[in-house]
Ligand binder design. Structure first.
Ligand code: GUN
Length: 293
């Protein structure tokens, strides 16, 4: 039976560390870090994510601002809002929750964010810095996975790592971070995606498999090798009237079978998700420290 990579427990520990750091600054008469989140429309999952981000800020002593805009907001209005946030000196960072309504061009919005306040690490300048090993805001999910491997002392050096999914915010940056120098890093990386053929040929040989597909229970025990490390980024809401809340959250990994064969595995929920949340706080802290220097 695999050991659990307990992202929930680790994220709580990291939040305590951040809170202590914030208290230290406050004791020295400094203002707390300040994060803003922009939510456009009323996508259920996005509303939950943004609520959680605001709650996380409160938990560690950050100031937070929620900018809630209607789904009728035009691209121009949103760009104006971003301009205000870019110019707001009291703000260390902000995020624009994705996905945006169809009539708004996400690329244009991301490009409008001041890279120094882009604590999601989505702006091309920050993505480029990440790819070039320069200090910057790392995208929260890959960053959370890196920190999790580090804290659990799981080495990636010389390991065969398979990443499934090439999204701009998870798979693509994950593959870059795993291949860069250092530990975590120094891995031999294969990036699989929807057009890849014979996925099992790759997953079966992998020491570490990171799935970011959004395809419930996709990865089965027969697709991995004995003792592999399994990181499940997938989180899909499955309607189920037998559950208290009327749904449950499913990962990309068939946990029941895969956990019998893996050496380490992240649960869903309670694995990668809480780590992602904690890394947004870390990025905000980094921005704060740059500003108060
Ligand atoms: N939508 C899904 N994940 C994220 C994220 O990390 N940041 C933002 N802004 N939107 C998202």
């Amino acid at each position: 039976m695999a050991n659990i990579l307990d992202g929930l427990k680790l994220s709580k520990q990291i939040k305590v560390e951040i809170k202590q750091e914030v208290e230290g600054y406050k004791d020295n008469g400094l203002r707390p870090p300040h994060l803003a989140a922009v939510l456009v429309g009323n996508n259920g999952a996005s509303m939950t994510y943004v609520d959680n981000k605001i709650k996380d800020c409160e938990a560690v002593g950050f100031k937070s601002t929620l900018v809630k805009l209607s789904d009728q907001t035009s691209e121009k209005e949103l760009l104006n809002e971003i301009d205000k946030l870019n110019k707001d000196d009291s703000l260390d960072g902000f995020i624009v929750q994705l996905p945006l309504p169809k009539h708004i061009n996400e690329e244009k919005i991301i490009m409008a964010i001041n890279p120094d306040k882009d604590v999601d690490g989505f702006h091309p300048e920050n993505f480029g810095k990440m790819a070039l090993d320069m200090e910057t805001f790392l995208p929260a999910t890959p960053f959370g996975i890196i920190v999790m491997l580090e804290r659990y002392k799981i080495s990636t050096v010389g390991k065969d790592v398979v990443v499934i999914g090439r999204s701009h915010i998870v798979g693509r940056p994950m593959s870059i971070l795993m291949s860069r120098k250092g530990n975590p890093g120094d891995a031999t990386v294969t990036l699989l995606h929807s057009k890849s053929k014979n996925l099992e040929e790759y997953t079966k040989k992998a020491d570490i498999v990171i799935t970011a597909l959004g395809s419930p229970h996709f990865l089965k025990a027969e697709m991995i090798k004995d003792g592999a490390v399994i990181i499940d980024v997938g989180i899909t809401r499955m309607e189920d009237s037998s559950k208290d809340r009327g749904f449950y959250l499913a990962g990309d990994v068939d946990f029941e079978s895969v956990s019998q064969k893996a050496s380490w595995i992240t649960p869903v929920p309670g694995g990668v998700g809480p780590m992602t949340r904690a890394m947004l706080l870390k990025n905000t802290m980094l921005s704060y420290k740059r500003k108060i220097k």
